[in-house]
Design a protein around this ligand. Structure first.
Ligand SMILES: NC(=O)c1ccc[n+]([C@@H]2O[C@H](COP(=O)([O-])OP(=O)(O)OC[C@H]3O[C@@H](n4cnc5c(N)ncnc54)[C@H](O)[C@@H]3O)[C@@H](O)[C@H]2O)c1
Length: 310
């Protein structure tokens, strides 16, 4: 298979690209910036905010069996401060859909559990109504709506995945994008205090290899025409508080974490645990890495990466 990944220099795009290459597929990437993690992913530097005609011209001559659209401004709090970037996410998605329509290519869209807003107790399945609690969330809901409309009006085969706190590898470029797990690992390791925004916050943290296993299964099934036009949660079905997370990091590092608790910030959700029954049913998906074990793996990866970078 030939697969084009947008946002291929980012965390999930890099992990997916390498997984697909290892499985023997042809993979090309598109991103605003070169890949900082690996030389193995051929990356075309292209700004997806450019009009579709320009994107099509730039991509002329390439042929793909599946397009995976992950490019986005992906940080909730940043988009509360800069809501114009949420609109850019929608423009990127529209432009990529136009490319998919013009080329007749099936497309996968990387959405988010943020589409659900704050959900309260219990497991959240895909039928729950969506709520735009933040501009980022609005950008994902709008992107999903465009994706569905392209399936219905133009027959573009699509799959939408709603990810949840993916962590574990190619994610500690904190100067570009602050993510809670690599940030907490770095701070606890350095003996610095960490700030937990929301004592009660419970989230579904997904080890990146589990996430990529689900997407890779989706790529195969979409390509073979066995699955299309579905929206699927990708997570673990298990919730952990940020305080649990600090405990696991402390255990793995052999350090006592120093934790300060502050109220949840505007736009952030405080509880989400996914119902992953649909992913199990449609993709044969079964996450294998519990957060406690995943934190160990993430720390091992960070050490290895930093040692190699020195
Ligand atoms: N990682 C998670 O926990 C998580 C959770 C929910 C949803 N998601 C979604 O999954 C997707 C992948 O997430 P990620 O963590 O790998 O994000 P990331 O920020 O690591 O990667 C996104 C990439 O998109 C690129 N990009 C942004 N705007 C672009 C543009 N106009 N043109 C070309 N490239 C552009 C960035 O340079 C970056 O490399 C995103 O759409 C994100 O919103 C991620």
């Amino acid at each position: 298979m030939r697969i084009l990944i947008t946002g291929s220099s980012g965390q999930i795009g890099t992990n997916l690209g390498l997984r697909l290459l290892d499985a023997g597929h042809e993979v090309a990437g598109v991103d605003l910036r070169p890949n900082p993690w690996t030389p193995r992913l051929p990356t075309r530097i292209l700004d997806l905010r450019r009009p579709p005609a320009e994107l099509l011209a730039a991509l002329k001559g390439d042929a793909w069996d599946v397009l995976v659209h992950f490019a986005a401004h992906a940080k909730v709090h940043e988009l509360v401060v800069h809501p114009d970037r949420a609109l850019e996410n929608v423009v990127d998605t529209f432009n990529v859909l136009e490319v998919a329509r013009a080329r007749g290519t099936p497309i996968i869209f990387g959405s988010s559990r943020e589409a659900y807003g704050d959900v309260g107790e219990g497991l959240t399945d895909e039928d729950r109504r969506v709520v735009a609690k933040s501009p980022y969330s609005a950008s994902k809901i709008a992107g999903e709506a465009f994706v569905l409309s392209y399936a219905l009006c133009y027959g573009v085969p699509t799959l939408t995945f709603r990810f949840s706190n993916v962590y574990g590898r190619f994610d500690d470029d904190l100067e570009r994008m602050e993510r809670v797990i690599p940030l907490f690992i770095r701070e606890v390791a350095a003996g610095r205090e960490v700030t937990v925004f929301g004592r009660e916050k419970v989230l579904d943290f997904t080890y990146v290899d589990d996430c990529v296993t689900a997407v890779a299964a989706g790529v195969e099934r979409l390509y073979r025409g066995e699955l299309m036009n579905e929206t699927i949660n990708v997570a673990t079905g298990r919730g952990s508080s940020l305080l649990d997370l600090c405990t696991y990091i402390g255990e793995a590092l052999g350090k006592e974490p120093r934790v300060r608790v502050e109220p949840t910030r505007p736009g952030e959700i405080s509880r989400y645990v996914a119902d992953i029954g649909k992913a199990r049913r449609l993709l044969g998906y079964e996450p294998t890495t519990h957060l406690r074990e995943g934190v160990h793996k993430a720390i091992a990866w960070q050490r290895e990466w930093r040692a190699g970078a020195r």
